[in-house]
Design a protein. Structure first.
Length: 174
């Protein structure tokens, strides 16, 4: 059997603390470093992405409860709903929003909006007094307005929503 290659590694304070916590899991120091290097090698292309956003993607997609859908497909589907004036869709959409309100209980409004932004329904901005949701489609704007109104109602959150041409501004009320 060939002798293993040995190396010395210098840690800064933060990394040393992480290393010590990992050693508490009863892995050898060598195993921790080997696992970390393998993991980094596999996923290093993601290091420039927003890790919180990636975690939401993994959480949502891994269990099969969500799908990836091209925005053009969504816009076409919403366009068909609008042209056929079928109110059943909006009734069911509100029911789904109420179910989401239950799932979102305990979350702050900003956390909910950031999660929905991760789904690419809108781009989220924030000023000192309000959130600004910027949309690329009127259909998606209406879809999300109905969805958010129902969620906020389900969470007993008092908000004021103002609609502009491409935006919805949301202000929290006391």
């Amino acid at each position: 059997m060939k002798n293993p290659i040995r190396t010395t590694i210098a840690f800064d304070e933060e990394t040393a603390e992480i290393f010590e916590k990992l050693k508490e899991e009863r892995l050898s120091q060598s195993e921790i470093v080997r696992n970390a290097l393998k993991f980094y090698h596999l996923f290093r292309e993601f290091e420039n992405y927003d890790m919180d956003r990636l975690k939401v993607y993994v959480e949502m997609l891994a269990e099969g409860e969500h799908v990836i859908l091209d925005l053009d497909h969504l816009v076409i589907l919403l366009d068909i709903v609008e042209k056929h004036k079928d109110e059943r869709f909006w009734k069911l959409h509100k029911e789904i929003a109420r179910n989401h309100a239950e799932q979102f209980s305990g979350m702050e409004v900003e956390e909910i909006l950031k999660r929905l932004e991760t789904c690419n329904f809108f781009r989220l901005g924030k000023s000192s007094s309000e959130y600004v949701l910027v949309f690329g489609s009127d259909h998606i704007k209406k879809f999300m307005r109905v969805f958010l109104e129902e969620i906020m109602r389900g969470l007993n959150k008092k908000v004021e929503m103002k609609e502009n041409l491409t935006k919805i501004r949301i202000r929290l009320k006391d």
